[in-house]
Ligand binder design. Structure first.
Ligand SMILES: [Mg+2]
Length: 254
């Protein structure tokens, strides 16, 4: 039996800003059964506080400690590495999640690259390059290539990380999903080994295969970005496939 769960948010608990049918109840069953879980997400455009408020508006009762966004993983990773000060290239709203870090551009030991969207510009990229050239480590909240919006496909954080890697001839520490760094920080918070962890999500690679590679279990849900028949074509077959997160309590034998 699973001793701890990692549950993806977008596409698994919610789809298009609405809760998946039965998802709030599934989460409530886990809590009643005393199974610890972390809600995991690469979203970094909003602070943790807002993620929790959005979830609560959608009927999920969650504590901030139960939500583990890539930004929180990055802050934890940076504190553990002791790189100080950190120069974060993130939207102002995200700054409140970088607790316990000394923030400065001058003398930065790490440049943290997050979602800046349209705030990216040549000057900022060039200053980041100079910081890296002066020995700062490059840390990326994630390295997603693109994201889909109402106006079509947009550049995500990945292309900017790649530009800095290329210019400074360094390799970024990528912290968000599907990085091992992310899952290791999450397992550490849950005080669980991967053998005890089940990851549940709609992304057959990021949520499922990455955790199976670490010797955990990965359960795919047929909601969100799921494409019918995906599990049969996957390089790493999921441990199991569920119609939605609503079936999880039953799958766990609760
Ligand atoms: Mg997802």
């Amino acid at each position: 039996m699973a001793r701890a769960l990692l549950i993806d948010v977008d596409g698994t608990l919610t789809v298009g800003g609405r809760p998946v049918d039965g998802a709030p109840q599934a989460l409530a069953s886990l809590r009643r059964a005393g199974i610890p879980f972390l809600l995991v997400t690469n979203t970094t455009r909003f602070p943790l506080r807002q993620l929790v408020a959005d979830l609560s508006r959608q009927g999920f009762s969650v504590h901030p400690d139960e939500v583990f966004p890539a930004l929180r993983a990055s802050a934890r990773f940076l504190r553990r590495k002791g790189w100080n000060p950190v120069w974060p290239l993130v939207v102002p709203a995200a700054m409140e999640d970088l607790t316990g870090l000394k923030i400065a551009e001058e003398g930065a030991e790490a440049v943290l690259v997050g979602d800046l969207g349209e705030e990216w510009n040549f000057d900022l990229l060039n200053r980041a390059l100079q910081a890296l050239h002066n020995g700062a480590e490059l840390v990326a909240i994630h390295k997603n290539r693109t994201w889909r919006t109402g106006e079509g496909l947009m550049l995500d954080t990945g292309p900017f990380v790649a530009a800095l890697e290329y210019a400074a001839d360094v390799k970024a520490h990528v912290v968000g999903k599907p990085s091992d760094l992310f899952y290791r920080e999450a397992a550490d918070i849950l005080s669980a080994s991967f053998e005890e962890i089940v990851s549940v999500g709609d992304d057959v690679e990021s949520d499922v295969a990455s955790v199976i590679a670490l010797k955990g279990q990965g359960v795919l849900v047929r909601t969100g970005k799921y494409v019918p028949g995906q599990e049969d074509r996957a390089k790493v077959p999921p441990t199991d496939v569920l119609d939605s997160i609503a079936s999880l309590p039953k799958w766990l034998g609760l």
